[in-house]
Design a protein around this ligand. Structure first.
Ligand code: FMN
Length: 213
């Protein structure tokens, strides 16, 4: 059974979400060096934007009449769904962009749903760590409270639709120290960074223990 790692940053090596996912995965791999890790980087190698519609259309088209695009779309959908079903541990790094779930992640979710029987619980009981990072702050009392349309969407899909045993690690204020307009929050941001790294280490150790059990 594999470890599935999916990243979605569009910021390459500067990624705050990948940094935390590395902490989680490092703990898991240190305890289980032979565990096969399947990686998908949705930001660096996006899934084709037209694959989902093609996969859905393929499902309504007799096999012999499917176009090449529909066949490819369905094959990609089966692959994405299969990676989830075959995983016994999952580590996801999916940041907030433009107040929502990134188009790359949405395409991945849509393809996974299209690639499995309707209502399939692709991660039933699978220990899954979702890391998500945000440049600003969205807690109660902040001006943008309610504007994070990424985290709750992912919780719903991963835990409620797919049945994952989900741990969420969040880091806010990642732009403090990057965007001068947020200089007042540098200290608070540093503390959140430290806390998120600690939470990631704890989640990695828990994943490793679950894999051993
Ligand atoms: C194109 C773009 C859009 C962003 N939109 C938001 C946003 O809507 N709200 C926010 O708090 N931060 C936003 N950010 C900041 C990111 O959430 C922040 O940089 C986070 O750490 C991204 O994770 P990453 O470093 O793994 O890419 C945005 C960043 C980029 C590059």
């Amino acid at each position: 059974m594999t470890v599935l790692r999916v990243d979605a940053t569009i910021q390459g090596d500067r990624s705050a979400s990948s940094e935390l996912a590395d902490v989680v995965l490092d703990h898991l791999v240190a305890a289980h060096p032979d565990a096969p890790v399947v990686r998908r980087h949705l930001g660096r190698d996006p899934l084709p934007a037209d694959a989902w519609a093609a996969a859905v259309a393929a499902g309504a088209t007799p096999e012999a009449e499917r176009t090449d695009l529909q066949r490819q779309g369905l094959a990609t959908a089966h692959q994405v769904a299969g990676e989830l079903q075959e995983a016994s541990s999952v580590v996801l790094a999916m940041p907030l962009y433009n107040w929502g779930v990134s188009q790359h992640v949405k395409t991945w979710v849509d393809l996974a749903i299209a690639g499995a029987p309707y209502g399939a619980r692709l991660l039933e009981g699978t220990p899954t760590v979702l890391v998500t990072t945000r440049g600003g702050a969205y807690g109660e009392g902040t001006p943008r409270h309610g504007w994070d349309h990424n985290t709750d969407y992912l919780r719903r899909v991963l835990a409620e639709v797919w049945g994952a045993d989900l741990t969420v690690i969040e880091r806010e204020l990642t732009l403090a120290g990057v965007n001068p307009a947020m200089d007042a929050f540098i200290e608070a941001g540093a503390l959140l960074h430290k806390q998120a790294r600690e939470a990631a280490a704890e989640a990695g150790a828990a994943l490793a223990a679950r894999r051993a059990a």
